[in-house]
Design a protein around this ligand. Structure first.
Ligand code: 5AD
Ligand code: FES
Length: 349
């Protein structure tokens, strides 16, 4: 019964809300079968390649106050830092030597950086490494700002929607943030021809299975090039300190559903998944993920970019330890490749 639903998803690349919900609720009965279908689908589109992205966490200043996030404005127990433009460019140079061909600039919403500063950083990285892609993860900005950054050479943009349920969104964020503006941003990014990544946390406070089923319909509608999901992990200095963490098991299951719903999507096995479970990233790859995002930030600031407690940041997930990561991934039957790893447009049948 549930296997038939997996077959249906695998051939149609979509299900109804009730069908997604049924799979999520009865996942014990179809998990392994779903994972094997998700792996087959990934292999058909991208082969056994796993793409790597060098993550540069350039600032932990943030003007927002999301209830779940460790770098929220009101967290005073955090040493703040921001890298200089030179330091950011050096991280990318270093990453290039290590084999990275995509750099992700990620930071809190830090008004210290103007559009001009970002544009100049993007241009410098592109001048040094014209064969690389630049992904931005700078939060909510205006259409004009996204446009300038694109013209400076940015290729991709990650902006998780966090939840596809507006009521739920309100329970995760203070009143000065809105679901509507989030969607406006995602829409602007698409209009500007970025390769766009959205995403959500699995097991965030108040999330229900209905919400997770809704996520799948949302993703199908938005049809993003990338989807980043990871378990919610509580942070001791946030209002959500006492809420339970999401699980690797449910996150992995959602990854497989996403692979079958959006066969061509670039799908990371995230650091949060590797944090909640030491084998989390391998489990993600086994369920259809095909991207890893090791940390390229200078070692002394890594500890400070703490969105959640226990974040792995000094071991094998670090970009400098890429050879250890390669060995781990080979055990899943996949290989890490040095490649920009662009989105593959669905071929007409
Ligand atoms: N647990 C897991 N993920 C988190 N993020 C922020 N805080 C947490 C947390 N406590 C995720 C959000 C954000 C991304 C950069 O990190 O989804 O979009
Ligand atoms: Fe910075 Fe959420 S706390 S965007």
């Amino acid at each position: 019964m549930y296997k038939q639903l997996v077959d249906k998803l695998s051939s149609n690349n979509e299900l109804s809300f009730d069908e997604y919900l049924m799979l999520i609720e009865h996942r014990d009965e179809c998990r392994e079968y779903l994972y094997s279908k998700a792996r087959d689908t990934r292999d058909k589109v991208y082969g056994k390649k796993v793409f790597i992205r060098g993550l540069i966490e350039f600032s932990n200043y943030c003007k927002n106050n999301c209830y779940y996030c460790g770098i929220r404005r009101d967290n005073n127990d955090l040493q703040r830092y921001r890298l200089t433009a030179d330091e950011i460019v050096r991280c990318a140079d270093n990453g290039y030597e290590l084999g990275f061909r995509t750099f992700v600039l990620q930071g809190g919403e830090d008004s210290h950086f103007s559009d001009d500063t970002f544009c100049s950083i993007i241009k410098r990285i592109k001048d040094n490494h014209p064969d690389c892609a630049i992904t931005l993860s700078l939060g909510e900005r205006s259409y004009e700002s996204y446009k300038q950054l694109k013209e400076a050479g940015a290729d991709r943009y990650l902006l998780r929607h966090e939840t596809a349920n507006e009521e739920h969104y309100k329970r995760l964020h203070p009143a000065d943030m809105s679901y509507k503006n989030r969607l406006r941003c995602i829409n602007d990014l698409k209009l500007l021809n970025y390769q766009v990544g959205v995403g959500f946390m699995v097991g965030s406070p108040f999330q229900t299975n209905d919400d997770l089923a809704k996520e799948m319909l949302f993703l199908k509608k938005v049809n993003p090039q990338m989807v980043g999901i990871g378990p919610f992990i509580s942070h001791k200095d946030t209002p959500f300190r006492d809420y339970e963490n999401g699980t690797a098991e449910l996150t992995t299951f959602m990854l497989a559903l996403i692979r079958l719903t959006l066969p061509n999507v670039l799908l990371p096995a995230t650091t949060a998944l590797g944090t909640i479970d030491p084998l989390g990233r391998e489990k993600g790859i086994n369920a259809g993920a095909n991207v890893l995002m090791p940390n390229l930030s200078p070692v002394d600031v890594r500890e400070k970019y703490k969105l959640y407690d226990g974040k792995i940041c000094t071991g094998e997930e670090a970009a400098q330890c890429i050879s250890c990561l390669k060995l781990r991934i080979e055990k899943t039957g996949c290989q890490i490749v040095t490649d920009r790893g662009d989105y593959k447009i669905q071929e007409a049948i």
